[in-house]
Design a binder for this molecule. Structure first.
Ligand code: GDP
Length: 296
């Protein structure tokens, strides 16, 4: 899994504390320097890295935390806590409610894994007993409709789309209304992306947003783009009310740190991570579990 390198380096930095007979200021400094290098190499934003190490230092008073063993534990816990803080903006993610139709709109750049994640999410909820459907409002990318149709059919997820209607807002509205009438619990709307953030993309996104009035907007971010994640996430958040984030391609060679920096910058919680191309390769994201695994 990606971020494995980061995990290995962080673990090595923390384990090195065990090799020192005494834990003093110098040992702590060296350990934090190694933690910093690991995070920077993984593409975590430099400001955030500094915040993290400052946060760790603030929690530690070497003179008053007892023996070597205790000191090691306090330092390790402080690093763990600060890493959790990076990944968790402290905002509760939106959750669907039984007995009413909820609309989730997906946004993100083309190629980020938006369409794949829409279908994965529908499949995830469907397996848990929710009545789910997907609306393909992507009229920009040739093949988007076929991709949704093919994958939804395979997974027996009802879908709505049109090869003739050119206006994505009309498709989105019609699709959502159709599924609302049929009392679907979760209606997922896939929107178009572009290769870059462009006015036309944001305009279209706003039109679809106004047409379907989503209960939640999920921003899909490709972990492999590194530091660019941060400005991208901010640009989308400036335009629409992004409620949560799915980070994709965490199985690839992505360093992942850029995506983590984006979370800290936008204060939007990560709800799922994509760990492969297959429909069931979507994992609910839990900060503490994720960090614990990283430091394993
Ligand atoms: P969209 O343009 O944002 O809708 O992107 P797509 O959903 O079509 O995905 C673009 C490419 O990324 C496709 O080849 C997907 O199979 C691939 N992809 C999406 N999510 C993941 C993921 O979590 N891991 C990997 N390895 N590939 C992914």
């Amino acid at each position: 899994m990606v971020l494995a390198d980061l995990g290995r380096k962080l673990t090595t930095a923390l384990r090195s504390l065990g090799n020192s007979p005494v834990i003093n200021e110098d040992v702590l400094k060296k350990c934090l320097k190694d933690v910093q290098s690991a995070l920077l190499e993984a593409d975590v934003n430099i400001k955030l890295v500094k915040q993290l190490t400052d946060g760790v230092k603030k929690q530690i008073d070497l003179d008053n935390i007892g023996t070597g063993l205790n000191k090691r534990r306090v330092i390790q816990t402080a690093v763990y806590k600060e890493l959790c803080r990076i990944c968790d903006p402290g905002v509760k993610p939106w959750k669907p409610t039984k007995g009413r139709s909820s609309v989730i709109m997906f946004v993100g750049l083309q190629g980020s894994g938006k369409t794949t994640s829409c279908i994965k999410l529908a499949y995830h909820y469907q397996k848990k007993g929710w009545k789910c459907a997907v609306v393909c409002a992507d009229t920009f990318r040739a093949g988007a409709y076929d991709q949704v149709k093919q994958n939804c059919t395979k997974a027996r997820i009802p879908f709505y789309g049109s090869l003739t209607e050119p206006d994505p807002a009309v498709i989105a509205y019609d699709g959502v209304e159709t599924f609302k009438k049929e009392k679907f619990d979760i209606i997922i709307v896939d929107t178009s992306g572009r290769h870059k953030q462009e006015d036309s993309l944001f305009e279209e996104m706003l039109q679809v947003n106004n047409a379907v009035e989503p209960d939640n907007i999920i921003f899909v971010m490709d972990a492999s783009i590194g530091q660019a994640c941060e400005s991208q996430a901010k640009a989308f958040k400036d335009q629409v009310d992004v409620g949560s984030v799915i980070i994709t391609k965490l199985d690839s060679h992505a360093k992942g740190g850029g995506a983590l920096s984006a979370i800290a910058a936008t204060q939007s919680p990560i709800v799922f991570i994509g760990t492969g191309e297959h429909i069931d390769e979507l994992e609910p994201f839990e900060t503490t579990k994720f960090i614990r695994k990283l430091l394993n």
